[in-house]
Design a protein around this ligand. Structure first.
Ligand SMILES: O=C(O)CCC(=O)C(=O)O
Ligand SMILES: [Fe+2]
Length: 301
């Protein structure tokens, strides 16, 4: 007599990416992707709230979101280039902007988490390996109390017409989703020789340096830049970054050692210049890079 077999729900979500898409993102470090409807709906609401925010006076924007932690939190201006707001925690809970930011954050983190799982699935690694790295990252944090550990961020940009740019770089974190309005973002296509810059015309996912390092260079980090657009441009950038607490077991991805997560992250980051800092800060960081004999194309975002 046949035994009763009980099938529970699968422990992991089904794949998002096709085999071909996994191959593409691994070799290029970037992948244009259609967003699921519910994520797209949240994005539209956030984009409309973003435009309203940037309509405020510069003083209002500065007062509402004072910049802190260098460029890493609050409203920041790079004269002649861009303005941007980095959200890493709730500050004005009941505003339309933060409400939409919170909804978008929740949906985009689970979307990007699933893509990380797809990479692990393709490499034959445990799909649960990311859980620890993504601790406390799935919701917009309620307060600033854990910002030393929770590094994920949502960045809303307004680029100046023509002069609004970002120099070429790879992002430091795990995965970034960029959605820009109009031409501006370009990614480096390495399928041709020599590699060429091509326009990213829709939503695009980029692999960050931390994922490249965890996966032991089996995937590339996506090199990208922003070029001037005569009309200026808004963009929404969500950077999923690691939770910097405790240790990470590199054996999860076929490596050998257990590392202190923060130290590992800082080492990857190195002394690369910050492409979103003001010109004088960037120049100081570049000088440090020169002194260390590093490539000047080694910016991070
Ligand atoms: O604005 C964009 O589309 C991309 C910006 C970027 O690459 C970054 O801030 O790291
Ligand atoms: Fe970037």
């Amino acid at each position: 007599m046949a035994e009763d077999v009980c099938f529970g729900p699968p422990p992991w979500p089904p794949p998002i990416l096709t085999t071909e898409q996994v191959r593409h993102i691994a070799s290029q470090g970037w992948l244009p992707l259609e967003l699921p409807d519910d994520l797209l709906a949240s994005l539209r609401e956030l984009q409309s709230a973003t435009r309203d925010f940037f309509l405020r006076s510069d003083d209002e924007k500065r007062n509402l979101y004072p910049s802190s932690r260098g460029t890493e939190c609050g409203f920041y201006e790079v004269p002649g280039e861009k303005q941007y707001l980095t959200l890493r925690h709730n500050l004005h809970h009941d505003t339309t902007l933060e409400c939409h930011a919170g909804n978008f954050w929740r949906k985009v983190t689970s979307f990007l988490h699933r893509i990380l799982c797809d990479l692990n699935r393709a490499g034959g690694y445990d799909l649960g390996a990311w859980d620890h790295v993504l601790e406390s990252s799935h919701m917009l944090p309620k307060s600033a109390s854990d910002l030393d550990m929770v590094t994920t961020l949502l960045r809303l940009f307004k680029y100046e017409p023509t002069t609004g740019i970002a120099s070429e770089h790879v992002d430091i974190g795990l995965l970034t989703l960029c959605i820009g309005g109009g031409r501006g973002l370009q990614v480096l296509d390495r399928s041709v020789e020599p590699p060429q810059w091509i326009d990213a015309t829709g939503p695009i996912v980029l692999i960050g340096d931390m994922t490249r390092a965890l996966l032991r260079n089996q995937v590339r980090a996506g090199r990208h830049r922003v070029v001037g657009n005569p009309d200026g441009r808004y963009s929404t950038v969500f950077a999923l970054r690691p939770h910097l607490k405790g240790t990470t077991d590199l054996a999860m991805w076929g490596g050998k050692s257990v590392v202190d997560t923060r130290e590992f992250y800082i080492k990857i980051k190195g002394s690369k210049h910050n492409i979103n800092a003001t010109h004088d800060v960037r120049e100081k960081q570049r000088q440090k890079q020169r002194k260390n004999g590093e490539s000047l194309a080694g910016g991070i975002g």
